[in-house]
Design a protein. Structure first.
Length: 353
């Protein structure tokens, strides 16, 4: 990783983000707290992103631009930012988003001994094309986060464990633009998981929070932009099985088997009755396979892409092919269509049922 000679690195991963990039960079450079670097890492943009970034780098010594020699993908580029950053704290800021002038100062004020993730409330800006049900989902999600932290701005590891079970598949702390992470989190618990295409941030916050807790700033210090050209919206439209089903399946695999998730397993066994994460994982493995097979068997429009997506994930997590839940197949048909139609980001509330 970097040389750690700065308190904060503000990291903006770039890919064809010219439309909103000036607003994003301007918001970072307008911070009342000035002791930071602004690291821009481009991943093969073909629009005017690099030209915009080069202009800012030539005008402000705090701005450093790195251009990847080839496109490595979204999550890998997040991890590359971490490796290049010089700051003790890493503040991600996405190219569509902005932060308030006091964002860095107030988040640093909420740093607590031993806590490696600081989150803040975020405002949401919707593109005109975003439909009402998607808007409602995001606003409800914002209210859920505020409600979780309403009793205390500092949440213990034990509370994070309970939330992770109660709200499986939900991002409890917000998008990366609304968080600040100490580099020790990456050194102790690893980087973002590239096997996840939509849930890599919520999985990482959970992986860290169940060990260290989380600190929260109850103020809108970041603004998250929702529009149809955003990576998340494109993935929901084009790779819904991957984002809604398989990402959750990978996270459940980690809950059930990964050594870093032992606190989750202990919390599950303390419940009455105890919660068997391995049994739930078996059940979801079968449902995912049955869903992919059903799509492939359609006479008029067979869809083999779901099987291909499943095979890609199975290569990384072989246990997915070794489940014992065949008796759950009959439940699939009535639950299938809601997963295969996009209306709003998935509510995974019942995934652990």
């Amino acid at each position: 990783m970097g040389s750690h000679n700065l308190p904060v690195s503000v990291c903006i991963p770039l890919y064809n983000g010219g439309r909103y990039l000036r607003q994003c960079i301007d918001s970072a450079l307008a911070q009342t707290y000035s002791d930071f670097e602004l690291l821009l890492v481009d991943d093969g943009s073909t629009d005017d992103t690099v030209a915009i970034a080069q202009t800012y780098a030539s005008l402000d010594s705090r701005v450093r631009l790195v251009i990847n020699p080839r496109n490595i993908g979204l999550v890998a580029n997040w991890n590359r930012c971490i490796g290049l950053a010089n700051g003790e704290w890493i503040k991600f800021l996405f190219q569509d988003d902005t932060i308030e002038p006091e964002c860095l100062a107030r988040m640093l004020d909420h740093a607590r001994e031993g806590i490696l993730v600081i989150a803040c409330q975020r405002a949401i800006v919707f593109g005109e094309e975003i439909e009402s049900d998607a808007r409602e989902w995001y606003l409800n999600h914002r209210a859920m986060i505020a409600g979780l932290f309403s009793k205390s701005p500092v949440v213990s590891p034990a509370q994070c464990q309970e939330w992770a079970l109660d709200h499986f598949g939900k991002n409890l702390f917000g998008e990366p633009s609304a968080t600040m992470v100490h580099r020790a989190a990456f050194e102790r618990f690893g980087l973002f998981n590239p096997a996840l295409i939509m849930s890599c941030d919520l999985e990482f916050w959970t992986r860290v929070g169940i060990h260290t807790g989380v600190s929260f700033v109850p103020a809108d210090l970041a603004t998250f932009r929702v529009h149809k050209q955003a990576t998340s919206a494109v993935n929901h439209r084009q790779r819904e099985f991957r984002t809604r089903i398989l990402d959750n399946l990978v996270i459940l695999h980690q809950y059930a088997y990964d050594e870093l998730y032992e606190p989750i397993r202990q919390a599950a066994t303390r419940r009455s009755p105890p919660l068997s994460l391995k049994a739930i994982f078996d059940k979801r493995c079968h449902e995912a396979r049955a869903m992919a097979d059903w799509a492939a068997r359609q006479r008029e429009h067979p869809d083999l892409s779901l099987r291909a997506e499943l095979k890609d994930v199975e290569k990384l997590y072989p246990r997915i092919t070794r489940h014992e839940a065949a008796h759950w197949a009959w439940r699939l048909q009535r639950r299938l269509l809601p997963f295969l139609r996009f209306r709003a980001p998935s509510d995974a509330k019942n995934f652990l049922c």
